[in-house]
Design a protein around this ligand. Sequence first.
Ligand SMILES: [Zn+2]
Ligand SMILES: [Zn+2]
Length: 444
Amino acid sequence: MTGPEELKSLACAEIDRRAGEIVALSEDIMRHPETGYREFRTADVVAGQLEALGLTPETGLARTGVKARMSGRAAGPTVGILSELDSLVIPDHPYADPETGAAHACGHNSQIAAMVGAGIGLATVHEELDGDVVLFAVPAEECIQTSWRLGLRDAGELHHTAGKAELIRRGHFDDVDLALLTHAGTPEPALGLGFTGTGSLLMRVRFHGKAAHAAASPEAGISAYKAATVAIAAIDAHREMFREGDGIRVHHLITHSGAAVSSIPALTEMEILVRAHTIDALRATAKRVEGALRGGALAMGADVEILTTVSFLPYADDAPLAEVVEANARELVGDGYARLTGSGGGSTDMGDLSRVMPVVQAMAAAGVDAPFHGNAFHTADHVSAAVVPAKLMAMTAIDLLHDGAARAREVIAGSGPKLSREDFAGLHDSLTRESVFRSTDHAL
Ligand SMILES: [Zn+2]
Ligand SMILES: [Zn+2]
């Protein structure tokens, strides 16, 4: 039997040998960005790469997801090696698609290359492993184009705006036991662990008033827009009472303000994102926001319709799995490895996955010093963002699955209880809410 260190050397040597292909893949995806649930070209490229590894990918999972299984020599736990297919929309980004404005300003292009690279390495050793590896490219991590996604939800085509929750609900993660993802990061450290993400609730808000000529008969109107502005003032007033440490953020946009400036607006639409570190704080803050929205409606005599859905659940690495990843990160980059400090204010649907299995999202330097989601963030160093992470994930999968997959079993047992698919759906449903508040029910 071959020891884990020897298997790791074999896998890493193969990744090094084909590093040029991994870099080219990361560059290709960077130059062809597509947004969530519409990553059709990207999914085709991934499927082609997995077929070239001799695998048989399943495609079209939750619209665009692609998944392939690499079997070990014996049945055992399955390690998922993940990547995210989608981009953002940043029209002035240097690599933006000129037609759609889509741009990889979160570096997901390098995740795809890292996943395929890990597959390239593991293809040389998987027959020595006591469990399977699943390579899984998933759709729609970014919380964007939400009204389109909520429209798909209204039409019954999707349940969740985020890809991983949708895949969990549809059972596509039922045959995966633990999961690894690497995400592009800022220049330091080369590899880092300790990323945390807030949970977030997405609210779609529609104020309904009454149209009237804004000058000839304003007294006949009810301004939906003014109801929204009163509600925004009330949301802002609540900020003083947010508990320190809960990481609460409330972002809002008016996505439609009215039909014409000469008319009292009859319909004003908003989107609100509520973020917090805990599910309890999310619930409590959503209640405050809903109260503020009702207050705005009541103040103006308007009605308000509110749909609250889960965007992401809070995220933290599972410590037992992080230990395995950390040892390999130190081996790969030495002093270039660091624990990340401070809490990330951002969110990810890895938080959803963390409710159903042990997960780690490691951060890998993208070679650019610019904020995520800005017009300058892109993968500048594809070796550190894709090739090194490919090795990190291949090495970790080997540690987990060699010798009867003892380490994988230990990690699963040590990560504490996880939710079944049904209980996961129940948690989401308990945070999902539709309500209508009519001022006429409270008329003086
Ligand atoms: Zn992002
Ligand atoms: Zn991202």
